[in-house]
Write a protein that binds this ligand. Sequence first.
Ligand code: HEM
Length: 550
Amino acid sequence: MNAVVKLLCAALASGTAFGLWTVFQFVYHQLTSPIRHLHGPKGTSWTYGNMRDIWNAENSVLHEEWVKQYGNTLKYKGFFNSDRLFTMDMRAINHVLTHSNDYEKPSQVRYNLSQILGEGLLFVEGSQHRQQRHIMNPAFGPAQIRGLTDIFLEKSLRLRDVLSSEIAKDPVGTTPSARIDIMPWLSRTTLDIIGLAGFNYNFDSLNANEKPNELNEAFSTMVDANQSLSILTILRARLPPLRILPNDRARRIQVARQSVELLQRIGNELLSDAKAAARASATEKGEIEKNSLHGRDLLSLLVKANMATNIPESQRLSDEDVLAQVPTFLVAGHETTSTAVTWALFAMTKAPEIQVKLREELLSVDTETPSMDELMALPYLDAVVRETLRVHSPVPNTLRFATKDDVIPIEKPYTDKYGVMHDSIRISKGDPIFIPILVPNRSTELWGPDAHEFMPERWQSIPEAVSHIPGVWGHLMSFLGGPRACIGYRFSLVEMKAILFTLVRAFEFELAVPVSEIGKKSTLVQRPVLRSDPNNKSQLPLLIQPYRRT
Ligand code: HEM
């Protein structure tokens, strides 16, 4: 036997041994985990369990049916019919979210994220997460977001002008209105905003004459690539040796990565500029103080916070860590906000009286560039944004894995499949836990019988029960809660308000298709699709016409 054959045999033997060990661990875990005793639906496929049903269901309908049938705490089936915990018990969810060291993101989610983002805030866990978050938090404070508001408005006004010229180019019939798929335009707007506000880079993708920006395309590719639920994709995430096999998703991610690499090169330059600016702002003694720095974009603020003399050396982030935040900001802060604004417009086409009432409030402001405080003081705009994030939360749910055996406290006792009553949930290391976002946001038990309806007026007086929802903002789960809650929620709220402020003042919106045509597709974010579109492309075709004051 020559050396090459020996090497191949050895590699095959170790691969087989690793595979068998993984299968043994998996089966052993399924046979011993305490969550196997919970009630719950049967898997509808051996490979996908209930996953396909979840992906195909719109909003939280399926989970709501399960809660009706099995109660607040149940199990459902994940890939290869493995058990996953689902609970609507607010005390239990709070426990999982606040103990973020004991409940981490699943390794396959982290693997997928790291493919694109490197080791930014979304990826890291434990002490590395605490360190990054500590340095990054100040950049997302109210004073910093106040300084970014004019960027949000500048890009919103640019979108308004582009839409106006699109309408002028392609009017429908005799009325000055046009059929426009608003999704890509909003996506370009939030890309341009996060470019400038995130790291002082002008993508300039809001340009009606240019083809879509390469980077914007790359990120849409990535979000779409994350939807493909093939067996190989699942196995690749679980069994690292299989990652050498090519597949379509990997190829598409590779394309996105090339753009990320381009971005990293740009990031390197931005980082050196930000560092130079921070050094230039040092005091005569050469000290850089965290609070004395007023760079505008998030990256500059982060660099300055990281270089501040009062930060101990051990807590500073490496250049690599700082650079990993650039694609992280892009992915976390771009499609999420554009999707939220898309749903707000959709909701207001379904309820034109809400659109009229909002427009009246917005037109009472006598400038097209209000300050953050002026925007935040508009009560109906606030209620529309809250109601959008409640009913159409862009991120519909998330997942965690237990890193140790634990006993999760609960508010309401539940009965297992043997009829035994429990006042806590026992969980073993490695158990997956589904964290619902849309289900509590739309729960009739918490919000009342009209919970599924879009009613901004409900925010004048919300039920006491929702105060138990452990979200970081607005009694909603939309930005999650605990130490891993969305760091960008203030950024996103002001950004959403600036875009809606500008668009609803300038245009009237109508759906260009019957409302029954609009479906929801769950991916990393929930986006609208046309039910009749065989390609399932995310889109929201609207008829848009300039608003003329009478
Ligand atoms: C409507 C808009 C947004 C929504 C609904 C949203 C939602 C969320 C959610 C649910 C998470 C937790 C994900 C998980 O742990 O599984 C998260 C995390 C995060 N978000 Fe947002 N987000 C939005 C906008 C933004 C913006 C504008 C930025 C940045 C400028 C941002 C940056 C981040 C980052 C960096 C994390 C990771 C935080 C950590 O793990 O410590 N997000 N977001």
